[in-house]
Design a protein around this ligand. Structure first.
Ligand SMILES: C[S@@+](CC[C@H](N)C(=O)[O-])C[C@H]1O[C@@H](n2cnc3c(N)ncnc32)[C@H](O)[C@@H]1O
Length: 275
């Protein structure tokens, strides 16, 4: 535990030391998606948010705060478990923290027609930010997947407060049943957030299978790439895939860009947004 904390801090210290240079390199690639990521990163890192963004973030955090006081009991029966948890504890444990959800929002907002796939709806906290970013865009939609029926219902109620129904779809059920449906559905995605099942084999499988559903160019964001040794191994395998044009390791998020039209040499970067 202490060793992994030390490793994390050394990693982040070294990343921060080179950050200016890295950003110059990233921008010099002149790749539209890479530029979107860097601009979103800089906006958040240096707190250059517009008044509109600030007030949207405030509204999103109101939803989180409401969940953090919710004593509803959630059953994990669908996973074959007797476990129960309170909504407030699930929110504390599983929902993306504000800075990472805001990063997703800023990236999504910069895309012209985001077709966003999220694996791991949970209570819809990250989904709230994503939907806020795309709700006024013409050709755009959030697709999100969740196994626990009660969480699907809570997220759905929240999404209905933000946007019209045609802007989002929740694939309800265990991924082993819904993922195959998603693969045959007539949708392609230009941004994917993989935050469902933080294990090596499923993470690699989502990555491999989803490549057929990506438009080009596209962004894939993995959450918690350093959550365990298994996730670290998964990230190493994933980022070396021949179809990946760029990778950015943010210690928490691992971001990939797929761009069939890029003639640039494959490159790996590291950035530090938050601890
Ligand atoms: C980390 S949470 C997602 C958090 C959410 N993206 C956010 O930031 O607000 C992961 C979710 O994936 C769901 N999940 C994990 N494994 C699953 C599976 N095999 N089938 C269906 N849902 C699953 C869990 O129930 C949980 O709600």
């Amino acid at each position: 535990m202490i060793l992994s904390k030390i490793k994390k801090h050394i990693f982040l210290f070294l990343v921060r030391l080179k950050q200016k240079k890295t950003i110059t390199h990233l921008l010099a690639q002149d790749n539209p998606l890479l530029t979107i990521i860097v601009e979103s990163f800089l906006q958040l890192k240096y707190n250059k948010l517009s008044i509109t963004d600030d007030s949207i973030f405030e509204a999103c955090e109101k939803y989180r705060n409401q969940l953090l006081q919710d004593d509803t009991v959630i059953s994990f029966e669908i996973f074959g478990s007797n476990k129960t948890m309170l909504v407030k504890d699930i929110c504390e444990k599983a929902a993306s923290k504000p800075i990472w959800a805001q990063f997703l929002y800023l990236i999504t907002k910069r895309l012209t027609s985001p077709h966003f796939l999220e694996i791991g709806t949970n209570l819809g906290v990250s989904g709230t930010y994503i939907l806020e970013a795309l709700k006024h865009k013409k050709d755009s939609k959030l697709y999100t997947m969740e196994g626990l029926p009660q969480l699907c219902e809570i997220a759905q109620n929240q999404f209905a407060k933000i946007s019209i129904h045609s802007k989002y779809k929740i694939y309800k059920g265990l991924y082993k049943n819904t993922f195959s449906k998603l693969l045959i559905d007539d949708n392609n995605y230009n941004i994917v957030f993989i935050d469902g099942n933080h294990k090596k084999e499923p993470t690699i499988k989502y990555f491999i299978d989803l490549q057929a559903k990506l438009s080009s160019p596209a962004i894939i964001i993995f959450d918690d790439i350093n959550w365990s040794l298994d996730m670290q191994k998964a990230w190493e395998i994933i980022k070396s895939n021949k179809n990946v044009t760029y990778s950015i390791d943010m210690f928490k998020f691992g971001i990939l860009i797929f761009d069939k039209n890029s003639n640039n040499k494959k490159a790996d970067y590291k950035l530090h947004l938050a601890y």
